[in-house]
Design a protein around this ligand. Structure first.
Ligand SMILES: [Zn+2]
Length: 107
Protein backbone atom coordinates (compact mmCIF):
# COMPACT_ATOMS: atom_id res chain seq x y z
CA UNK A 1 0.00 0.00 0.00
CA UNK A 2 1.52 3.33 -1.08
CA UNK A 3 1.50 6.16 1.41
CA UNK A 4 0.02 9.56 0.69
CA UNK A 5 2.53 12.34 0.15
CA UNK A 6 2.33 15.80 1.68
CA UNK A 7 3.20 18.87 -0.41
CA UNK A 8 2.49 22.58 -0.07
CA UNK A 9 -0.06 22.09 2.71
CA UNK A 10 -2.03 19.51 0.72
CA UNK A 11 -2.25 15.75 0.88
CA UNK A 12 -1.81 13.81 -2.33
CA UNK A 13 -3.34 10.35 -2.13
CA UNK A 14 -1.91 7.43 -4.10
CA UNK A 15 -5.16 7.35 -6.13
CA UNK A 16 -4.56 10.91 -7.35
CA UNK A 17 -7.03 12.77 -5.15
CA UNK A 18 -5.75 15.91 -3.43
CA UNK A 19 -6.98 16.84 0.03
CA UNK A 20 -6.89 20.17 1.83
CA UNK A 21 -6.57 20.92 5.55
CA UNK A 22 -9.84 21.06 7.47
CA UNK A 23 -8.60 21.36 11.04
CA UNK A 24 -5.35 21.24 12.95
CA UNK A 25 -4.27 20.65 16.53
CA UNK A 26 -0.94 21.70 17.95
CA UNK A 27 0.49 19.69 20.83
CA UNK A 28 3.65 20.46 22.76
CA UNK A 29 6.02 17.49 23.08
CA UNK A 30 6.56 16.03 26.55
CA UNK A 31 9.89 17.86 26.95
CA UNK A 32 8.29 21.10 25.72
CA UNK A 33 10.87 21.65 22.99
CA UNK A 34 8.82 20.66 19.98
CA UNK A 35 5.33 21.42 18.80
CA UNK A 36 3.59 18.68 16.84
CA UNK A 37 0.83 19.51 14.41
CA UNK A 38 -1.95 17.00 13.91
CA UNK A 39 -3.97 17.61 10.74
CA UNK A 40 -7.50 16.58 9.74
CA UNK A 41 -7.78 16.37 5.95
CA UNK A 42 -10.79 16.88 3.71
CA UNK A 43 -11.06 13.13 3.12
CA UNK A 44 -11.60 12.74 6.90
CA UNK A 45 -8.17 11.24 7.55
CA UNK A 46 -5.59 12.39 10.05
CA UNK A 47 -1.85 12.95 9.88
CA UNK A 48 0.76 14.11 12.35
CA UNK A 49 4.40 15.16 12.30
CA UNK A 50 5.46 13.57 15.59
CA UNK A 51 8.02 10.72 15.74
CA UNK A 52 5.29 8.21 16.60
CA UNK A 53 3.52 8.98 13.33
CA UNK A 54 6.70 9.06 11.27
CA UNK A 55 7.99 5.76 12.61
CA UNK A 56 4.76 3.82 12.35
CA UNK A 57 5.38 0.67 10.41
CA UNK A 58 4.09 0.44 6.88
CA UNK A 59 1.16 -1.74 5.99
CA UNK A 60 -1.03 -1.07 9.01
CA UNK A 61 -3.30 1.87 9.61
CA UNK A 62 -1.03 4.82 10.28
CA UNK A 63 -1.68 6.57 13.58
CA UNK A 64 -0.13 8.08 16.67
CA UNK A 65 -1.49 9.11 20.06
CA UNK A 66 -2.41 12.55 18.67
CA UNK A 67 -4.38 11.28 15.66
CA UNK A 68 -6.01 8.62 17.85
CA UNK A 69 -7.10 11.26 20.37
CA UNK A 70 -8.53 13.50 17.66
CA UNK A 71 -10.21 10.64 15.80
CA UNK A 72 -11.80 9.45 19.04
CA UNK A 73 -13.73 12.74 19.35
CA UNK A 74 -14.16 13.33 15.60
CA UNK A 75 -11.79 16.29 15.61
CA UNK A 76 -13.63 18.13 18.38
CA UNK A 77 -10.26 18.96 19.98
CA UNK A 78 -9.06 20.55 16.73
CA UNK A 79 -9.53 24.04 15.28
CA UNK A 80 -9.55 25.50 11.79
CA UNK A 81 -6.08 26.90 11.04
CA UNK A 82 -7.31 30.52 10.88
CA UNK A 83 -9.11 30.45 14.21
CA UNK A 84 -6.10 28.83 15.88
CA UNK A 85 -3.95 31.70 14.62
CA UNK A 86 -6.43 34.30 15.82
CA UNK A 87 -6.77 32.61 19.19
CA UNK A 88 -3.00 32.65 19.63
CA UNK A 89 -2.86 36.31 18.67
CA UNK A 90 -5.66 37.17 21.08
CA UNK A 91 -3.94 35.22 23.86
CA UNK A 92 -0.65 36.97 23.17
CA UNK A 93 -2.32 40.39 23.23
CA UNK A 94 -4.65 39.86 26.16
CA UNK A 95 -2.32 41.10 28.94
CA UNK A 96 -1.96 44.45 27.17
CA UNK A 97 -5.44 44.90 25.75
CA UNK A 98 -8.32 45.81 28.07
CA UNK A 99 -11.57 43.94 27.49
CA UNK A 100 -14.04 45.69 25.18
CA UNK A 101 -16.44 47.94 27.11
CA UNK A 102 -19.59 46.67 25.46
CA UNK A 103 -21.18 43.37 26.37
CA UNK A 104 -21.28 40.75 23.66
CA UNK A 105 -23.41 37.65 23.83
CA UNK A 106 -21.24 34.57 23.74
CA UNK A 107 -22.71 31.43 22.30
ZN1 LIG B 1 1.39 12.54 16.67
Amino acid sequence: MADASFKNGKKHNPDGTVCTIVKIKETLSSNGNTKYTTTLWSDNTYSCNCPGWAMHKRGGERKCKHTKASAACNGADMVTPGSQHNANLAAARSPLTPPPPRRVAIR
